[in-house]
Design a protein around this ligand. Sequence first.
Ligand code: GRG
Length: 296
Amino acid sequence: MDIKDYLSSKKETIDRFLESYLPHEEFYPREIHKAMRYSLFAGGKRLRPILSLASYETLRDDTNSILPVACAIELIHTYSLIHDDLPSMDNDNFRRGKPTNHKVFGESIAILAGDALLTMAFTMMTDEFYTRKIKPESLVQVIREISLAAGDKGMVGGQAVDMLSEDRSIDLKTLEYIHSNKTGALIRASVRAGGILAGANEEELKGMTLYGEDIGLAFQITDDILDIEGKKEDLGKETGMDSAKGKNTYPALLGIDSSKVKVKELIDNALVTLKNFDKRADPLREIALYIGSRRN
Ligand code: GRG
């Protein structure tokens, strides 16, 4: 399979669904809908919803029925990026190759656009019209998983410890907590959501969970490495920001070479956790390899 074709065809499907769901930017109040659309359609990779679809496809066909859940995760991810860029958080000027949301719309609208995207995720996942083909118990289970991953025991928790650790030295255990929660939790939940909705058994879900944890951590360590070695044109944001902000990162703690070795180990492990899955798990395998070698 060609992973580039796979990613771009899934991205198209996801974008089409999001485009049809989001209120038009002329919808009152215009400023908020413009700001939501601005960040959502700024060209994200859609990695998290793609992971949900790929994980579902390891067991079942026809991902259309789970699009509202997969796309809801992208809404949550986009909210987190808008809030992460705010002056009170990372104070960034560029995201997805464009000025950050608050630079264009001002801080209050950026905060509200993030809030609205987060809230809309739950409206989307409980929209009877779109989710009627999903078993209600599975839907409740994934909504709970996703909300846990996004909250204080997941992404918000990781972000809080990250903020509190700036300009302080921390140990590897704390750094792993930050990375696994700030970035890893939503990635893990994306993979698990696809599995749960496809009716995965305990063994299958365990494999998917370990896979999600490994690629989630690898994704964030790669992000740390790209902040040092990546190109602004590829990343759509400025580089060198982590050290400028006194951020704790893998390269800062372990050095760049050991960080690369760690990414490779995690990707190898992720592939091992999928060993009992057949060919239908190839997209998950290819995504793991892509994460280990990504440039943006
Ligand atoms: C504000 C509660 C709250 C949380 C913020 C996501 C996050 C937590 C912070 C982002 C900081 C950051 C740049 C982390 C690196 C990993 C990461 C999430 C990168 C952005 O995700 P991509 O590369 O972005 O999937 P696209 O734009 O492709 O969707």
